[in-house]
Design a protein around this ligand. Structure first.
Ligand code: MTE
Length: 315
């Protein structure tokens, strides 16, 4: 579905970088097939209505003028392998799951001030709205209005030691409650990593909500990473542990299929996945495919991080 967007509706770049806050106070409430990290969704006829308490999709766009996806789209088509590999099944399965309470995020490793944060502690880092494109490595994408705070704020508080070069993230491990973790195909828990300068970049956030509401479980409640210039699998959900480390972490996807999923995973139309091209993508809710943009459209902000690097080798 395409629609003409009047220029008055287009969110200028500074709005998403300048952390527009929601007026309402928002709280932190409370084998080859399986190796495909994220598949294309058949086109959906008629987008479902957004709950009336939330902004209507189309009222907001990203800085490129693309409309945000509906709440329904964002919360019913998910990759969360701890539950299931069925994207449309995740939203159903999360209803059966009682996540551990209180949720704690342990931050340590090569830091001067190791800390354990509960969700109330994380409130002090604030909550800003960031409208970001999310581009899955399987060539579908969405535009999502996240709420969250720059990861940098948390890292500054724990003070990375001088030997720290990378940040390693670990997601929840709960095989009793999470059926996907009873399948030992993957090396659970889900692990991801960033270089420290990537983690400190202003675009990198820990998200605690979307569409002005606390993050739904299917999107990685209560706290997940969002790194918009990288393929979606880097944006690890339901984080319980963050460690500053000296060596490049091995992610779940690198361990599962190192020839398919690299550490960097920057969105790059020039580097095909071994099993499919990355030139184009299907924006969920649209019929026509779009060209994929280098760094998912964030090249101006992040390309400098990779100066001098061979991005074909460092895929
Ligand atoms: N985080 C965890 N813990 N488990 C997962 O299976 N899937 C990743 C990423 N984070 C995943 C995860 C993949 S492949 C993608 S594309 C995004 O989450 C999808 O995020 P979304 O469902 O909120 O759109």
């Amino acid at each position: 579905m395409t629609r003409h967007i009047p220029s008055s509706e287009i969110t200028p770049r500074h709005v998403y970088v300048s952390r527009r806050k929601f007026i309402r106070g928002l709280g932190l409430a409370t084998g080859a097939l399986a190796l495909a990290a994220c598949g294309a969704l058949p086109s959906r006829e008629g987008r479902s209505a957004t709950p009336t308490t939330m902004p209507q999709a189309g009222a907001m766009t990203d800085e490129l003028g693309d409309p945000i996806n509906t709440y329904e789209e964002i919360t019913t088509y998910n990759n969360f392998y701890e539950f299931t590999t069925d994207k449309e099944g995740v939203a159903r399965m999360v209803k059966e799951y009682a996540r551990p309470e209180p949720w704690k995020v342990t931050v340590g490793g090569l830091v001067n001030n190791p800390r354990v944060y509960d969700l109330d502690d994380l409130r002090k880092f604030g909550e800003e709205e960031r409208v970001y494109r999310l581009r899955c490595v399987e060539a579908w994408s969405m535009v999502i209005p996240w709420l969250g705070f720059p990861l940098r704020k948390l890292l500054e508080e724990v003070e990375p030691a001088s030997q720290a070069r990378y940040v390693r993230f670990e997601a929840i491990y709960d095989p009793d409650g999470l059926p996907g973790q009873r399948i030992d195909w993957y090396n659970w828990p889900y692990v991801e990593g960033l270089r420290l300068d990537e983690a400190m970049h202003d675009l990198t956030i820990l998200a605690t909500g979307l569409y002005g509401e606390p993050l739904p479980m299917q999107n990685g409640a209560p706290v997940r990473l969002v790194v918009p210039w990288k393929y979606g699998f880097k944006s690890i959900k339901s984080i319980v542990k963050i460690d500053l480390v000296a060596e490049q972490p091995v992610s779940l996807w690198m361990a599962a299929a190192p020839h398919e999923y690299g550490f960097y995973a920057n969105v790059n139309p020039d580097v095909p996945h071994p099993r499919w091209s990355q030139r184009t993508e299907r924006r969920i809710g649209e019929l026509k495919r779009r060209e994929t943009l280098p760094f998912n459209g964030y090249a101006e902000e992040v390309a400098y991080l990779y100066e001098g690097m061979d991005l074909r080798k460092n895929y």
